[in-house]
Design a protein around this ligand. Structure first.
Ligand code: HEM
Length: 143
């Protein structure tokens, strides 16, 4: 009898602990910013920003924008921890031959920040996205 009471007490205690600590699975940045609708909004805003920026638009004159949109969405999704598969080319391959300068790289970062702001990302979230993309610089600059 004492054993049964003890077992019930332990089971009840475990139940209480489980209730007090709800599942705290860390959210991906992708989920945190709002998932696919936000990733699409950022990409569309970026394309819009590019189209109004003469310096950057020069690079995209011959680009198939439909493809760019599709691949950029996949890329941003994957790199923020979303459930996508990137089917585009490597950053090196895509930007090879464009001889992208540091100034123009920074300019695209500014456009991306505008695009993220317009999509409703907080300052912290914007920085988290930039932190993920920043290491790609070496594959993109002066190639
Ligand atoms: C971290 C920064 C950047 C990221 C994450 C990025 C990402 C991408 C992605 C995912 C694509 C599509 C890949 C594909 O079609 O397979 C792309 C294409 C392109 N990117 Fe970037 N990019 C970045 C910086 C830049 C910069 C700084 C420039 C120019 C100033 C640039 C110019 C282009 C152009 C022109 C294309 C289209 C190339 C074509 O027509 O085939 N990108 N980029």
């Amino acid at each position: 009898m004492v054993k049964l009471v003890k077992a019930s007490f332990i089971a009840f205690s475990l139940f209480l602990v489980a209730c007090a600590a709800p599942n705290k699975v860390p959210q991906s940045l992708y989920d945190e910013i709002g998932g696919m609708p936000t990733v699409e909004a950022i990409t569309d805003n970026l394309i819009n920003e590019i189209s109004f920026n003469e310096t950057i638009y020069r690079y995209f004159k011959k680009t198939n924008i439909r493809r760019f949109r599709e691949k950029f969405i996949e890329h941003l999704c994957v790199n923020t921890g979303g459930p996508c598969i990137y089917t585009g080319d490597t950053m090196l391959r895509v930007h090879q031959g464009q001889n992208i300068s540091e100034t123009d790289f920074n300019l695209i970062v500014d456009l991306l920040v505008n695009a993220m702001k317009k999509a409703g990302l907080t300052y912290t979230q914007q920085n988290q996205v930039l932190k993920v993309l920043a290491p790609m610089r070496v594959e993109i600059l002066y190639k």
